[in-house]
Design a protein around this ligand. Structure first.
Ligand code: HEM
Length: 395
């Protein structure tokens, strides 16, 4: 007798699956639910089983969105060469060199650069009135850090930020009205990268860009794949880091005792960041695709089904986190599903954490009196959370 059940036996999920209360009720009845778009995974352990499942894919999720948008031509060609969009042997070929770039020893070398980016961004803030911290700090640090990775001058950072906004937006929202501007932004990014990688090639060093270029020269990547790699790092890094950083400042300044705790003990920065990621994740879901029928624990997922790992549910799973809805800075370290897992996991997660840490330290050193001038506001979709307003006074 088989104990394997089908998805027909799952509770069905109504609503947007965004609210913690909605997710908590659903998780109490089962670790998975059925929704109009596929299967929703609601607890921590099954979340990782799905993310690490060798039979589940990632790539076609983006392909499907690009198909729906109708993106074709050169812009599409560069998207299709980026590691997040590939599967199988071709993915392995691309992910290997990319993974090597983000090895911990490589990322550790970026610390001084990220620190000076953060310090400079804070020095440029105008403390005489209210400051839009989202625009002036949370966009600035990730876009300049990206510029440093691929040796683009900081004067181009605003262009990088706007490329990220224009090219990623329609992918998340499926807004076809923005298709042309999204396609243009992809090609603008490729041109920008092409120009500056060429300059670096003439004068290589020991930096991130030079490592990328040497990989290409060794034959690990074609020249177009090198540009596609640089473009996918832009797409994967800038806006996600921006919005996670904004949530960190939003949370710590909304409950200012948390900011004060950090001022009293700077070593608390890492647990504070982890707890914000847990309770206020940038990504609400990380998804996989069952191309063929796939068994996850005792559940058969039929072929051609999307599986959504809810970070908003799994990161508040009471089986893993005591009093899961409470903000606590003394929790045992647990990896969050928000950065994904397995062969597709986020390669830049430690760089993202480093950028947020350095932003906190730079602000704390220069403007410890920072306070919200207006209520911190956000918008949520099932996929992501974005900060819409983060205005502060500095002194
Ligand atoms: C807080 C900021 C960030 C968040 C929330 C985030 C989140 C994610 C998630 C959810 C994935 C997919 C994981 C999966 O499906 O298992 C991913 C993939 C990726 N991320 Fe991040 N990320 C962030 C920052 C960065 C940064 C700073 C970089 C690089 C500079 C980066 C580079 C990548 C790359 C290259 C991939 C694709 C990996 C692959 O498809 O094999 N990310 N990220």
């Amino acid at each position: 007798v088989s104990s394997i059940s089908t998805i027909d036996s799952l509770p069905s999920a109504e609503g947007d699956l965004i609210e913690a209360t909605e997710l908590r009720t659903l998780r109490a009845s089962n670790w998975a639910a059925r929704s109009a778009r596929g299967v929703e995974i609601l607890d921590y352990d099954h979340g990782f089983q799905v993310l690490e499942h060798p039979g589940l894919e990632k790539g076609p999720s983006f392909q499907r969105r690009l198909d729906q948008l109708g993106m074709t031509g050169e812009a599409r060609r560069f998207f299709d060469m980026g590691v997040p969009n590939t599967e199988g042997e071709y993915r392995k070929k691309l992910r290997g060199p990319l993974g090597a770039l983000f090895r911990p020893t490589q990322v550790a070398k970026l610390r001084d650069g990220v620190r000076s980016v953060a310090r400079a961004a804070v020095d440029e803030l105008d403390a005489s009135g209210p400051v839009d911290l989202l625009e002036k700090l949370c966009w600035t640090i990730p876009s300049r850090t990206y510029c440093d990775l691929v040796s683009i001058p900081h004067s181009k950072a605003d262009e990088v930020a706007s490329i990220a906004k224009v090219a990623v937006g329609p992918l998340l929202t499926g807004d076809t009205a923005q298709l042309q501007s999204a396609s243009d932004a992809v090609l603008e990014a490729v041109d920008l990268v092409r120009e500056h990688l060429a300059a670096k090639r003439a004068n290589p060093g020991d930096d991130f860009t030079s490592v990328m270029i040497r990989q290409q020269e060794k034959g690990l990547l074609t020249e177009d794949e090198l540009f596609a790699e640089a473009f996918s790092i832009l797409m994967a890094s800038v806006d996600n880091t921006t919005h996670q950083m904004a949530s960190v400042f939003g949370v710590l300044l909304t409950d200012r005792s948390l900011w004060q705790a950090f001022l009293n003990d700077r070593e608390l920065r890492a647990p504070l960041i982890e707890e914000v990621i847990r309770l206020y994740p940038r990504f609400g879901t990380v998804f996989r695709y069952a191309r063929n029928e796939t068994v996850v624990d005792d559940l058969t997922v039929p072929a051609d089904t999307w599986v959504f790992v809810s970070t908003r549910a799994g990161q508040r799973d009471p089986a893993v986190y005591e009093q899961p809805d409470e903000f606590r800075i003394d929790r045992p370290v647990k990896r969050p599903p928000m950065f994904g897992a397995g062969p597709y996991n986020c390669l830049g997660q430690n760089l993202a954490r480093m950028e947020i840490e350095e932003a906190m330290l730079a602000v704390a050193d220069r403007y410890p009196e920072i306070a919200l001038a207006e209520v911190w506001t956000r918008s949520h979709t099932n996929a992501v959370t974005e900060t819409s307003n983060l205005v502060v006074t500095l002194a």
